[in-house]
Design a binder for this molecule. Sequence first.
Ligand code: ADP
Length: 739
Amino acid sequence: MYQIRIVLLLLTLNIFNVNCYSLTPTPSKKEITKLAKQASKYLRAANFEKSLITSRLVLHHAINAKDNNLVANSYNTIAANYEKLSEYDKAIFFYKKGLSYANKTDNDTIKGWINNNLGNIYCFEKKQYKKGINYYKNSLDYSKKLADTSQIVLTKLNITWAYFDIGLFDKGFPYLKFINKYHEEYGDERTIVALNMLNGMYYGFKGEYKIATSSFLNGIKLGNEGNDKSDLSYTHQEYSKYLLKNGDYKKAYENLALYNKITEELFNKEILKKANIVGINLELDEYKREIEKIEIEKDLQYQSLRKSRIIVLLFVIILGVLLLLLYTLYKNNNFKKKNNKELSLANDKLVIAKEKAEEASVLKSQFVSTITHELRTPLYGVVGITNMLLDEHKELANSPHLSSLKFSARYLLSLVNDVLQINKIEENRIVLENLTFNISDEINMIKNSLSFIAKNNNNFIIVNIDPAIPEYLIGDKLRLSQIIINLVSNALKFTKNGEVFIDVNLEKIIDKSHFIEFKIKDNGVGIAFEDQDKIFEKFVQVGRKEVDYQGTGLGLSIVKRLLGLFGSDITLESAIGVGTEFTFTIAFEFDPEKTNEIINNIPVDLSSNKQLKVLVVEDNKINQIVTEKILKKNNYKCTLVDDGYQAIKLLEDEIFDVILMDINMPLINGFETSRRIRFKGIKTPIVALTAFDKEEIIEEAISAGIDDIIVKPFDSVKLFKIINVLLSKNKNHDLTPVF
Ligand code: ADP
């Protein structure tokens, strides 16, 4: 059986001149569309060869132009060609390809067409009604979406026919009803014969003979009037079946004969057509292969496009990353540069600040040293004159004013000395000395010198010295005494009617080091727990009364710092109302050989009955009086001169046993005067009598030929000791300075 359904194609809406298009290597979309319409036109004219050649060209261009719409269209035309040539499998293959491209677009028209065309093939050629009807229904959905009633009518007619073919009249009826309603307005005149036939079939099935008969007859009439005879043949066939069913055998036979006749004619035509296209048929496979080649080419193009896209993408990503890296590097570099600049600026500032700080520190120490020097000179006078007054006027011994004066002067002196001491420790200018000493002697000396303060508060000093401690030890006895004096005088100050213990014990011996533990304990007022850390800070005094001038608040900080020089520390235990105990340990060297050497070097002959002649070179009148008084009191013959020149002149004519030389003098200072004295070959021992600190001037003193230095205000005993040592050395022609 041969059926002709309406195949939906891109219609030739305009009149194209076949020769009017000139193919450029890349035709415009308009030109490709023109070609596609031309291919449809060839198909409708049954010129399959031309239609296929043109479609292939369209496909090629459409793929190149990446126009899925046109690709779907060309596949649809190619498939329709195959359908017409009864190559149904190939037709299905290309329809499906077309559909896959159509589905990539939003063109619902082409989607609807291809679904309808697939429905035709499946229902009427492949007899796979279910599949076919599904395609029809898909097509129907697209048409509804587009509100294309003509298309809906056409597809519904196909569905009705399909249902009726398999005897499902009730299922097909709603579609038939719809077509009957809208066919006149929207239907295609080519389908009017089929519509009448379908009505005949339905009403025949329903037993409504009148309407069935009239429908069949009307269909036959219209079929005879029209060109398309295939639907007429089907109508005759269906009418014959109907008549047979109703017992009208004669008419049934007549219609069957007509059906056979028309079918035969059509079949013959078909044979002819097929004969005509037999040559084409041979080429069909070639076309298919060509089309497949286009596909493969397209695939390859697509692949290489994908590859090049990936390459481009990778390139862009790498470029992006590189740019980002470059940017980060640039930023980093800038940041580093900025940082470096800031750092070097900060560094410069720091260097300047450091220089300033160093300068300030030098200035501070110079300032402190100048101030203390300046203060010491007048203090020397004040203390000296006070002593003189007390000596000369015994009746003033009980004068409260004089004792206040003496006390104040001493207080000032100790303050100046303390400040100087702290300053020196802080600047690391103190180097511990190694002297041989006897701990018992030192402690007893301290006890004696503090006995006056002890009496004031009615205290007793009790000394306990461990007999295991060697007789002589080596170390800085002066700093040790300073520490103990500070602690014991504090204990005496803050205790009334009590006892102050000085306990000295040998803690341990490691090699030559004897670790001696010192404990200064009182049963005085005690120190509150919260104040115990504070008291070691500078100028800290706890519970000081306004009128109380005792102490400067520097004693314990000096103690702590001095102990630091010994590599030791101090511990404190105290309770208010119970008392206070300070403990520290110092390692002293014990070396009998060294000790003997030092002891042997101590000059013994300090006694001299001879009245010694002393030249005092001093510009300060008050100090002249004080020094002269001290010397005379101790049976020295004293000559005073106001400056260095006078001294040099006098020394040319007179011989002195010793010269006491002030350093800071106008006209010519003590160093220069000494230098000139030595230049003249005068070897008389020179003792610098100065308010400067010893360490500050020692180097210049040596180079100027000075033999020793004594710092004002001085202890007269110390001065006489120095003089004796120098004189005994001079006697032995040993002129090396003692210092
Ligand atoms: P100051 O010159 O005032 O004695 P210090 O630094 O020697 O300065 O002492 C600081 C403070 O510590 C003192 O003012 C005192 O309050 C307290 N202090 C020191 N030793 C004793 C002690 N043995 N008993 C009670 N208080 C003490």
